[in-house]
Write a protein that binds this ligand. Structure first.
Ligand SMILES: Nc1ncnc2c1ncn2[C@@H]1O[C@H](COP(=O)(O)OP(=O)(O)O)[C@@H](O)[C@H]1O
Ligand SMILES: [Mg+2]
Length: 269
């Protein structure tokens, strides 16, 4: 009887073939990339931001963080992605008006339901629930959180010690000086975990004080994020800069790039 042969054949075709296919997939295009919408930036990061990653966009006020994030979602809209813009700094109307002045008009995409803008009020008790529910239920491909700073500074109270114990612990070598890390860590983990679970590609902004030596206001987000893009300006020289400080699975320059803000948003010059 040939039954054993048949079984071997079945497993050959049933198991072996898919293995070859997935192997082929990883060698052909190891990491999928997501375009940034910033002219000149994708070329510096091997074609785009790794799909599914979280990038911290940090810089002092006025350095172009919200503009860069808007360009990222505007590009997403253009590519047919479902997008979400979570804003804590500004009412949605003001943000849309600012972007329209730069030629970034989200209205048609809002009307089609392809992009959603959500203002998160820091004074509302349920801000975390609102935010994570939206992130996890929306099936979004691109998400912006602008900015993480008010969230990371918000006090929280933990009733259940068990929950606190289940949060992943980061080694002390990853900390910079500071006294209230456990609470901040909890905040940031909560947000980063939600973004990671959703499988979207996300940009999270962090407001920096001018001249700060950290890459985020909380001094911790840069360790949790997969990538860090740092925006800055030199007012005496009247120059703006963009630096890629970190990007997992990507060969990139560390050299600060000259940028310009004008119609269309930021571009590398
Ligand atoms: N239409 C424009 N043309 C040129 N520069 C602009 C324009 N609109 C805004 N900017 C510049 O962009 C800055 C605001 O960028 P924004 O992304 O809101 O900064 P951030 O979010 O980092 O605080 C302004 O301070 C201004 O310097
Ligand atoms: Mg902003």
């Amino acid at each position: 009887m040939n039954i054993s042969k048949i079984i071997i054949h079945a497993s050959t075709y049933g198991l072996f073939m898919p293995l070859i296919q997935s192997e082929h997939k990883t060698t052909a295009s190891k990491i999928k990339r997501v375009t940034t919408g910033v002219p000149g930036l994708d070329e510096l990061i091997a074609g785009g931001i790794p799909k599914g990653s979280t990038t911290l966009v940090s810089g002092p006020p006025g350095s172009g963080k919200s503009i860069l994030c808007s360009q990222f979602l505007y590009k997403g809209v253009d590519e047919g992605d479902r997008c979400l813009f979570l804003t804590l700094d500004k009412k949605v109307e003001g943000l849309l008006t600012q972007m329209e002045e730069l030629g970034i008009n989200f209205q048609p995409a809002i009307d089609r339901g392809q992009i959603k803008f959500l203002f998160l009020n820091i004074n509302k008790k349920l801000i975390y629930e609102t935010m994570t529910n939206e992130i996890l239920s929306g099936d979004y491909e691109r998400i912006v959180l602008d900015s993480i700073t008010p969230l990371s500074e918000m006090p929280i109270y933990i009733k259940n010690q068990e929950i606190a114990n289940n949060i992943n612990i980061i080694g002390p070598e990853e900390f910079t000086a500071g006294t209230n890390f456990p609470i901040r860590r909890l905040h940031l983990h909560y947000i980063m975990n939600a973004l990671e679970t959703s499988n979207c590609t996300s940009l999270v902004t962090s407001e920096l004080l001018h001249g700060s030596s950290n890459l985020s206001r909380d001094g911790l987000s840069e360790f949790l994020a997969d990538a860090v893009i740092f925006l800055n300006y030199d007012s005496t020289m009247d120059r703006r800069k963009l630096s890629i400080m970190k990007m997992r699975s990507t060969k990139h320059t560390l050299k600060p790039q000259d940028i310009e803000i004008g119609y269309g948003g930021i571009k590398i010059i």
